[in-house]
Design a protein around this ligand. Structure first.
Ligand SMILES: [Zn+2]
Length: 227
């Protein structure tokens, strides 16, 4: 066993949206547009004997009620089920600040939050005047993020960076301006946690767009960096 250079990656599903059609998951018209295509919501854990890193913080019951998207369990409960106490986690990668990825920062009182600088700018600047872009952000989540920033608990990246030995983040704009993916060395090779850089495998394989897309040219370039 390679020891501390490799990690295990856990995908923890905390919500599912079953009443969703294929067309709702694509920006452009698709075949079988009315057929069901449920959407799962995840947070992830990267860990080995030395460290535990959480990727994304999901959203809680209150946010789920506001958006009429009930969740099965709070992200911190999903983490507890695999032995991770959110209250003691020290490193959280936020892939982007959408409501379903950055909604429970308060459950991680000891964490530093690793974010792309461009995502912080996106979520606090003029793009939030645009209805289509603002829709997937929640003002109270962003306010909470800014509070963490003022506590100096935000670590910013511009493109590539290393969060822990071998665990790297990579700017992959397109879905939002500052989305980042995470690469993790595991025993079976490198795992790319693409997050919303590709909602479904099909988006990447067919080089097509999810229904929320800030920049098509940027997304196409990001797709090319997956391999
Ligand atoms: Zn998103």
């Amino acid at each position: 066993m390679a020891g501390s250079e490799t990690y295990e990656v856990l995908a923890l599903r905390y919500a599912v949206r079953t009443a969703r059609t294929r067309q709702e998951n694509f920006l452009e018209p698709v075949d079988d547009h009315d057929s069901p295509m449920p959407l799962d919501y995840y947070v992830w854990v990267i860990r080995n004997a030395e460290r535990t890193i959480v990727v994304d913080t999901g959203f809680n019951h209150a946010e789920g009620q506001k958006r009429d998207r009930p969740i099965m369990r709070e992200p911190r409960e999903a983490l507890a089920a695999v032995g991770v106490d959110a209250a003691t986690v020290e490193d959280v990668v936020i892939t982007h600040l959408h409501y379903d990825h950055a909604g429970t920062l308060g459950d991680f009182p000891r964490a530093r939050f690793h974010v792309q600088e461009s995502e912080a700018q996106f979520a606090t600047g003029r793009w939030m005047l645009d209805d289509d872009e603002r829709f997937a952000y929640s003002a109270d989540h962003i306010a909470e993020f800014v509070e963490r920033l003022f506590e100096r608990r935000v670590i910013s990246y511009s493109g590539d960076g290393e969060v822990a030995p071998g665990v790297t983040v990579h700017g992959m704009p397109g879905h939002t301006m500052g989305l980042q993916a995470v690469r993790v060395p595991t025993k079976r090779g490198t795992v790319l946690l693409a997050s919303d850089a590709s909602h479904y495998y099909e988006h990447w394989v067919r080089r097509v767009l999810f229904s929320i897309c800030w920049s098509q040219p940027d997304l196409m370039k990001s797709y090319e960096t997956f391999e």
